[in-house]
Design a binder for this molecule. Structure first.
Ligand code: AGP
Length: 608
């Protein structure tokens, strides 16, 4: 989704903005631009396509003198990804420039009103109404004009505004889109994401919805909607720069796949202390847990699939019904949720618009909310009653890997924690589960090391037009994520099916050489899945199976086998997904795809 940056200080602004925009590339975008204020005039440079085009146009920013500016990467929603629709947008009088992340839902009526008043529009964007409203409301006080403009907007926005009358000031505003201020010495910044700030400063102020700020080289001042100054805490950004860079790997995705043993360890190990699970961050009494009659997990995309994978573990251990709901559906479903529902919200970014909306809907019906998020200080983390962070570190590739596995890990911890608190686990089982979880980092490492042949398998399967992923129970949930990984980065049509469902329709699609990826790690259901493998093989399919090391039976049934180390089925998703990620990566590489930035996708989906 769109990314925004801003700088005011004593250095040349353009190279700093371009650098910040490059750090936001992973969010997904199709045009980019900067506006620099210099000698009383604003100069805008913007182009469709990659930031490299903008760097070329501006000679890496050298052609843009000035020490204050704003920048933007646009992910087209209203209007095609053209130069004209790219941000920043200028007011008719040329005195104001605006960058915007979010969607203005009432832009059509505002546009008509402004046209009626004589303003002309250059672009098809929803954003352009903002800059004309600011011009309309401006009476010499930029802050007031921005506050008045914001009061007219419905939807979501993180805004950065510069004005020729205020040669060193940027005014920003936030409503339902992330906005972070970077506090430096003699220079200050803003961005939609800390990754664009860490190279310059580690001191950050996270704006809340409805807040505004004025940023000058000497300081930042935050205001409420009435224009009253408010004091905000300065937080320390702990992510290091190397963690947000490729570190010698060809792609962020590969780096992030390989980082999983460390990420899983960082997420689990500190929460198992002295032989018990310690979730310092949450305060659930036994009475509260006894009052829950169901758990609803909501999320989008892979985070939703992480919920699907952990549902089995939670239900098995806690004996509480769990329903996993797509946030985009839940929000409009008039859900049966009350104070006896524990709502668990999963999100790597913590900024996914549908997930936030579903969460608000369920909160308003009385549910207590637990957020499992990766980005500290994100909207979902702030909205939740309780938050458990996945300590995965920055995830840059659009296709999530370590984000997914660490979400599943936290859900495993929550499952065992609730089951133990409710006396549903005997000592022996409890300690057995703790030690199974503590072995996960090692097992993930083994899953990485055991499969040097996957790149070769990718060469065999990459040219197919479609792939089926099949499995039962936990294997089915993992197949869902495996298929998503394959389709989003390799652009191969990939679908997952509960293996037992094949004969109810899908098997009609199986023909000679159709690749079927069969997940066979659910020991109790192995024989059943083997029967399904026989069925598809009888119709000509080529089967690539995923099974536990030592499973001899599978060798005689499948054409190819990927082995993973043996692990309790309750906790297998974290290990079993790893070869699926690697397979998708190498298939995409064979197909020459833009692995870290797949077409049409964005890392952080901040619009509905
Ligand atoms: C996964 O690879 C996707 N890029 C996508 O499905 C993602 O998981 C989804 O958009 C949810 O994002 P979130 O975890 O940041 O909320």
């Amino acid at each position: 989704m769109c990314g925004i940056v801003g700088y005011t200080g004593s250095q040349q602004a353009a190279p700093i903005l371009l650098d910040g925009l490059k750090k936001l590339e992973y969010r997904g975008y199709d045009s980019a631009g900067i506006a620099i204020l210099n000698d009383g005039a604003i100069k805008v440079d913007k182009v469709s396509g990659r930031i490299a085009n903008l760097c070329e146009l501006t000679e890496e920013g050298k052609k843009c003198p000035g020490t204050i500016g704003i920048g933007h990467t646009r992910w087209a929603t209203h209007g095609a990804p053209t130069d004209t629709n790219a941000h920043p947008h200028l007011s008719n009088d040329g005195r104001f420039a605006v960058v915007h992340n979010g969607i203005i839902e009432n832009y059509i009526c505002l546009r008509e009103e402004l046209i009626g008043k004589g303003y002309h529009f250059d672009s098809e964007t929803d954003t352009e109404v903002i800059v004309h409203l600011i011009e309309m409301y401006y009476r010499g006080d930029l802050r007031r004009a921005v506050i008045k403009t914001s009061a007219r907007l419905s939807g979501s926005y993180a805004l950065g505004v510069i004005c020729t009358d205020k040669p060193d000031t940027i005014c920003v505003a936030r409503e339902a889109s992330p906005l972070i201020l970077g506090v430096g010495a003699g220079e200050n910044y803003f961005a939609s994401d800390v990754t664009a700030l860490v190279a310059n400063t580690r001191n950050a102020i996270y704006l809340d919805d409805g807040e505004f700020a004025e940023i000058t080289p000497d300081g930042v001042t935050v205001f409420d909607p009435a224009g009253q100054t408010i004091t905000k805490k300065i937080s320390r950004i702990t992510w290091d720069i190397e963690a947000a860079e490729k570190g010698g790997y060809e792609h962020f995705m590969l780096k992030e796949i390989i980082e999983q043993p460390r990420a899983v360890k960082a997420t689990i190990t500190p929460r198992i202390k002295d032989g018990k699970i310690v979730l310092d961050e949450i305060e659930w009494s036994r009475e509260y847990l006894e009052s829950i009659n169901k758990i609803v997990i909501t999320a989008c995309g892979s985070a939703y699939y992480a919920g699907c994978a952990a549902k089995y573990t939670i239900e098995k251990l806690c004996r509480i019904p769990v329903s996993v709901e797509l946030a985009s559906e839940l929000r409009y479903s008039d859900p049966l949720i009350d104070e006896h529902t524990l709502l668990i919200v999963l999100s790597q970014s913590g900024e996914t618009a549908d997930t936030i909306a579903a969460m608000k809907e369920c909160k308003s019906r009385g549910a207590r909310t637990l957020a499992i998020v990766n980005v500290v200080g994100s909207t979902i983390a702030k909205l939740a009653d309780d938050t458990l962070y996945t300590w995965a570190g920055p995830e840059i590739a659009v296709a999530t890997t370590k984000g997914y596995t660490t979400q599943v890990c936290v859900l495993y911890l929550v499952a065992v924690y609730i089951a133990r608190t409710l006396d549903k686990l005997e000592d022996a089982d409890y300690y057995h589960h703790l030690s199974s979880m503590l072995t996960l980092p090692k097992k993930v490492q083994e899953a990485l090391d055991m499969n040097p042949k996957i790149p070769k398998m990718a060469k065999k399967y990459h040219a197919t037009k479609s792939m089926f992923f099949i499995g039962r129970n936990t294997d089915y949930a993992i197949a869902l994520e495996g298929a998503l990984k394959m389709k989003e980065i390799s652009y191969i049509h990939a679908e997952s099916y509960a293996a037992g469902e094949l004969k109810h329709g899908t098997i009609a699609l199986i023909e000679e050489h159709q690749p079927v990826i069969a997940l066979c790690c659910n020991t109790a259901l192995m024989e059943k899945t083997l029967s399904n493998i026989v069925e598809v093989k009888a119709r000509g399919a080529e089967v690539l199976a995923v099974a536990f090391k030592g499973n001899q039976e599978i060798l005689s049934q499948a054409d190819d086998v990927i082995f993973i180390p043996k692990i309790d089925t309750l906790f297998s998703a974290v290990v079993e997904i790893v070869p699926m990620q690697i397979l998708a990566y190498y298939v995409a590489k064979e197909n020459g795809c833009d692995i870290d930035k797949p077409k049409n996708l964005a890392k952080s989906v901040t619009v509905e």
